[in-house]
Design a protein. Structure first.
Length: 249
């Protein structure tokens, strides 16, 4: 069985071949996300603690968390779930994929391990060398979290850690760094104030228009009332004028 061991702190990864059945028995019947003591896999791993992250069987089908049945099963998966890439699919499309159970057995050909705790001695090519990260986080809050920065620290100076220098297609030497997202600058604060002022202006205009419509309706109602009163007075005068000659006759 092959073991892919990754070290998140250094960014290195190493593949080892484990042929001893005595060592492999210490991995059997363990599930994904369980931890394994390093000395059970060999004396060179003394003091190390590994975490099982997954694996593949001899036919290349991956392990999936939550599957406890023996052998392989076909599950209906959608985009975003493990064991299914979903690139180029339609929105909401699901497909049935074959996956293995999440328990380690002798059917596996590759198992993925991650170093959780470092041991006494360095592992050559894994913990003794540090591989620089090609790309770093782009969001300002995540950059602050990575470098443990405060509110007063300038994030833009720390992006140069991930600046890459390369030659483009035209033969020019170009350097690139991640474009910082959600960076709070005086310009963004000014734009935010302008947006808030526009919203307040629109709300004020709407309230003034509603008050004007209310006042206009009130004035129209008063005008209709006055007109109806004058019409009623005129009708009463006409009726009294017609009744007077009839009474004299």
């Amino acid at each position: 069985m092959k073991a892919n061991i990754a070290c998140p702190t250094t960014g290195c990864q190493k593949k080892l071949e484990i042929d001893d059945d005595q060592k492999l028995r210490n991995l059997y019947d363990k599930r994904i996300s369980q931890e394994v003591l390093g000395h059970l896999l060999g004396e060179e791993f003394k003091g190390y603690v590994f975490k099982i992250m997954g694996g593949c069987d001899k036919q290349g089908f991956p392990m999936k968390q939550g599957v406890l049945t023996n052998g392989r099963v076909r599950l209906l998966l959608h985009k975003g779930t493990p064991c299914f890439r979903g690139n180029g699919r339609r929105d909401g499309e699901r497909r049935r994929k074959s996956v293995r159970r999440c328990i380690v057995s002798q059917d596996l050909s590759v198992i993925n391990l991650v170093i959780v705790k470092k041991g006494e001695h360095d592992l050559p090519g894994l913990t003794d060398t540090e591989k620089p990260r090609m790309r770093g986080p782009k969001r300002a809050s995540k950059i602050k979290k990575l470098f443990n920065l405060g509110e007063d620290d300038d994030v833009r100076t720390y992006v140069n850690t991930y600046r890459r220098t390369f030659t483009n297609k035209k033969g020019k030497t170009v350097s690139k760094a991640p474009k910082i997202q959600r960076l709070v600058t005086p310009l963004t604060l000014q734009r935010k104030r302008a947006r808030i002022a526009d919203k307040k202006r629109i709300i004020k205009k709407k309230s003034e228009a509603a008050e004007y419509q209310k006042l206009l309706a009130q004035r129209l109602k008063e005008q209709r009332d006055r007109r109806s009163e004058s019409m009623a007075k005129r009708r009463s005068k006409l009726s009294s004028a017609t009744k007077a000659p009839a009474a004299s006759a």
